[in-house]
Design a protein around this ligand. Sequence first.
Ligand SMILES: Nc1ncnc2c1ncn2[C@@H]1O[C@H](COP(=O)(O)OP(=O)(O)O)[C@@H](O)[C@H]1O
Ligand SMILES: [Mg+2]
Length: 511
Amino acid sequence: MLSKISSGATFGLESISVDVEVDVSRGNLPKFNIVGLPDKAVEESKERVRSAIKNSGAKMPVSRITVNLAPADLPKEGPAYDLPIAVGLLIASEQLKGDFSDSFFLGELSLDGSLRHTNGVLPQVQLAKNHGFKKVFVPAVNGPEAAIIPGIEIVPVNCLLDLYYHLLGDKLIPSYQQGNLENLFSNDVMSDYDLSRIRGQEQAKRAIEIAAAGGHNIFFSGPPGAGKTLLARTIPTILPRLTLEEALEVTKVYSVSGLLSQKQAIVKIRPFRAPHHTTSHVGLVGGGVNPKPGEISLAHRGVLFLDEFPEFPRQVLEAMRQPLEDGIIQVSRAKGTVAFPAKFMLIAASNPCPCGFLGDETRECTCLPTAISRYQKKISGPILDRIDLILEVPAVKVEKLTNTEEGIKVEDSKTVAKRVQNARDKQVKRFSDSGIFSNAEMRIKEIEKFCQLSNDVLNLMRQAVSQLRLSARSYYRTLKVARTITDLSESEEIQLSHVAEALQYRPKIEF
Ligand SMILES: Nc1ncnc2c1ncn2[C@@H]1O[C@H](COP(=O)(O)OP(=O)(O)O)[C@@H](O)[C@H]1O
Ligand SMILES: [Mg+2]
């Protein structure tokens, strides 16, 4: 007999529906074949399904079994087809009866018939919903993750035997109910860092506040020990909350990367990724035989912190040009390309030269001019052009470091986070119909609409373009930063002082 069960495959972040057809023909020599471009893990499904069926008390048919995963020309990977294959087999061998055409199945089986945590459940449930399925059967441990998608029934399966009784109608598994998701997100990050612990560096602190509010990129340059790494690591304490839509995007990336656990079904706080410069190219930008997201996609809607920026291979820095502009990364593979989202806030930190003391007031730089220029050339113009806030972080004066006098009020992260959240709320509201969430994401269309300048402000901008030799790209980036500075203030309209402040963060450093 022949059976057909619905399941899905994930490519990059996209899901494609897959029909699992199982044919059991009696009277032939016993054989178990899987066709339809299975990879090794799918191929090994045979052994898992065989044991799981036996250990659940059902019969493994002694006949010729053919499993076809259609469409046949699409490569299938991973163990998520175990469950649909097992259910298909039970139907084809007439141990189960019924119409399951409104149901979607996925999950990896253990030999004892229990279901294991499976990667990429979230995008698959989304696919099932989009294709009009009524129910999705997922491993019980993936229940919370699956239930994030509203409007489709999620049945959490502990083991094949439970599912068998459920499908027979003997003992139903209650479907999974998710609580209210909106309340999940908070920006109370447990952290050892706090803005109040950073002495001095007022300008840099202001810059990270602006960056966090509008999702802008920052480049810090300064001598060793100035506090660049400290500043960057403090950013998560002031970031705005994720919106539900953003959280879903991030969770999809983590779901296909296998980084979600039962405890963390949905990513609740903005990611902060700080890969080392020795991380491989694939690890950073994504790729591989079965393409997986790299660090820049794991930082989607969060922060990508590249410390010691010029130490990263030039190839990696160049590969970031497209995502810095478009928010996605195209990863090429044997058959076409896969796109992963990569809308991140880039925080780059660098010493001004190999020894680190170029331009320092207290210490002499010992680098040869050629070494300095070689070092600085690593950060190419095109990359710098894509950074919104560029600033020098000088060493903190000893007096400031040791100053513990009362009366000097230093704001803590909580206070700043409130302002940031307030500014971000204005943006989310402003862009509610445009599919974007922050000022940094504005396209020309939105810039023209939301960054209108009065005549005297426009004059200042004109002067700046010629004096600072701003490119068209930096011009627009400055406008976006000015918009964020306005959002942090009480004002609705962009004022002269806002543009003037935004212009301060354009490069004085010539690279
Ligand atoms: N402005 C500062 N306020 C308080 N501590 C600081 C400051 N700058 C540096 N430090 C201390 O010095 C250490 C080294 O700073 P770090 O951020 O690693 O410097 P950089 O990355 O610029 O070389 C930090 O862990 C911190 O303890
Ligand atoms: Mg450092």
